[in-house]
Design a protein around this ligand. Structure first.
Ligand code: TXA
Ligand code: MG
Length: 333
């Protein structure tokens, strides 16, 4: 398939392509997504094929206006309305009971549907121009880290989609928070930039699904059960205080081997060939995480030691992605 790389001046052409059943990659504030018309079964199935995605992992329907949610969701609880009013447009996906017309290929046969109103202008303008809604998983090959720059999209999907819209690097760099609002209270299925503290402030109560930090066979968010965010390198997380992490790595890692270190809070390793700084805050860590994991692969590093320290807020989302990328290979120091 021929792939054209275009920019925000070509949105009309890209919207027409989606209307005709094509695939268009577009930037969002979280990560890049591959878009298709949510009402076109063949187009939706093409997405699974382009990504190599298992068909039991449902997609998020992206809308252009808040009022569109009524056209897809069957019930909108009062607390969910408050959450929508506070955080949409933005990095938040809500799971509602679905209306009957929503395709099984979108929801993987579930009775619920995931909906998100992105804040990125290119994304919203594109969706509005299609006059439909746009399903869009992250624009990576299934299993790889989500792409936060258009060149990482091209690495994975060139030749597999019709258009790639080149935008800025994604602001947040981690996928949206996924919150199930189909029950009596909000349950976070995937942590993200909208944190549990923020949800509790608006809805009075919220909880995490218990599978967020461990492997689960039947999680509520089907996407959570697959290997995810994995670079080619083996990732080992070194979790603890700044001093303990440094001491552990200096004592136990053989720098003569093909190893890399993702250091946090400026720990220095002058004898290691490839050190990438994850940043000095969880915002930076999250923003750079997927980019950094891909960068180690560009240097053909075999094993990456990733420093990490537990914190609340965005730290929960970073931990969730990092632990998955390491296949739960974690050393607490
Ligand atoms: O930030 C994002 O959400 C990005 C951008 C492109 O918007 N999209 C994204 O899509 O991350 P994807 O497909 O990579 O992740 C969607 C997640 C998966 O874990 C999936 O299992 C879950 O949402 N999901 C979708 N529909 C669901 C449903 N009805 N019930 C439970 N989980 C659902
Ligand atoms: Mg994904």
């Amino acid at each position: 398939m021929e792939t054209l790389i275009v920019d925000k001046n070509d949105l009309k052409m890209c919207a027409d392509c989606i209307k005709k059943g094509g695939l268009v990659v577009f930037p969002t504030e979280t990560v890049y997504g591959i878009g298709a018309d949510y009402s076109n079964d063949l187009a939706v199935k093409k997405i699974y094929k382009a990504k190599g995605r298992p068909s039991d992992n449902p997609l998020i329907v992206h809308i252009g206006r808040k009022s569109d949610v009524k056209k897809i969701a069957r019930e909108i609880p009062k607390y969910a309305k408050k959450i929508m009013d506070k955080f949409w447009p933005g990095p938040l996906t809500l799971i509602f009971k679905k209306q009957p017309h929503v395709l099984d290929s979108v929801t993987a046969g579930l009775d619920t549907v995931a909906i998100r109103l992105p804040s990125n202008e290119i994304a919203r303008n594109l969706i509005k121009l299609t006059n439909t809604f746009v399903v869009a998983p992250s624009a990576n090959l299934s299993g790889s880290p989500s792409p936060t720059t258009y060149s990482h999209v091209a690495d994975d999907l060139f030749g597999r989609v019709d258009f790639i819209i080149k935008g800025e690097n994604c602001d947040i760099g981690l996928e949206s928070t996924v919150v199930d609002v189909s029950g009596e209270y909000p349950v976070i299925l995937r942590p993200g930039a909208i944190t549990i503290e923020m949800l509790i402030e608006v809805a009075g109560y919220a909880e995490f699904d218990k599978n967020i930090f461990s492997y689960a066979d039947k999680p509520k968010c089907p996407g959570m059960k697959y290997t995810h965010y994995s670079p080619k390198a083996n990732v080992i997380v070194i979790c603890g205080s700044k001093e303990d992490r440094k001491r552990y790595i200096d004592t136990n890692v053989d720098f003569s081997k093909n190893v890399g270190i993702m250091s946090y809070m400026n720990n220095e390793y002058p004898n290691c060939k490839k050190v990438i700084c994850a940043g000095n805050s969880m915002d930076e860590y999250g923003h750079n995480l997927f980019f950094n994991l891909r960068a180690f692969d560009e240097f053909n590093i075999e094993t990456v030691y990733a420093e990490f320290e537990d914190t609340d807020g965005l730290g929960i989302a970073v931990k969730n992605r990092l632990f998955k990328s390491a296949g739960y290979n974690i050393i607490n120091v």
